[in-house]
Design a protein around this ligand. Structure first.
Ligand SMILES: [Zn+2]
Length: 80
């Protein structure tokens, strides 16, 4: 899968997670099942981030690099 595709999926998923916690605030913060679902989704997201949020050239983890960044801060290659 291309890095740009992974980046788009991660970005959209982050929006969905944030949107879900805002829209279904009462469900996710006041019920045990809601908290469990949100915690599981968050953990799954972090794991996918750790696997996907890497430079396709040097395989360095990109940490808090902006999703709009075009170049790897480690090897300088274009992220696409
Ligand atoms: Zn790199």
């Amino acid at each position: 899968m291309k890095f740009s595709t992974k980046k788009t999926i991660l970005f959209v998923t982050a929006f969905i997670l944030v949107g879900a916690i805002v829209i279904f605030n009462n469900f996710f913060t006041k019920t045990i099942i809601g908290m469990a679902i949100f915690a599981a989704a968050l953990i799954a997201y972090v794991i996918v981030c750790l696997i996907w949020w890497r430079c396709p050239h040097c395989n360095s983890y990109l940490h808090k690099l902006s999703p709009f960044a075009d170049f790897c801060p480690f090897c300088g290659e274009k992220l696409e």
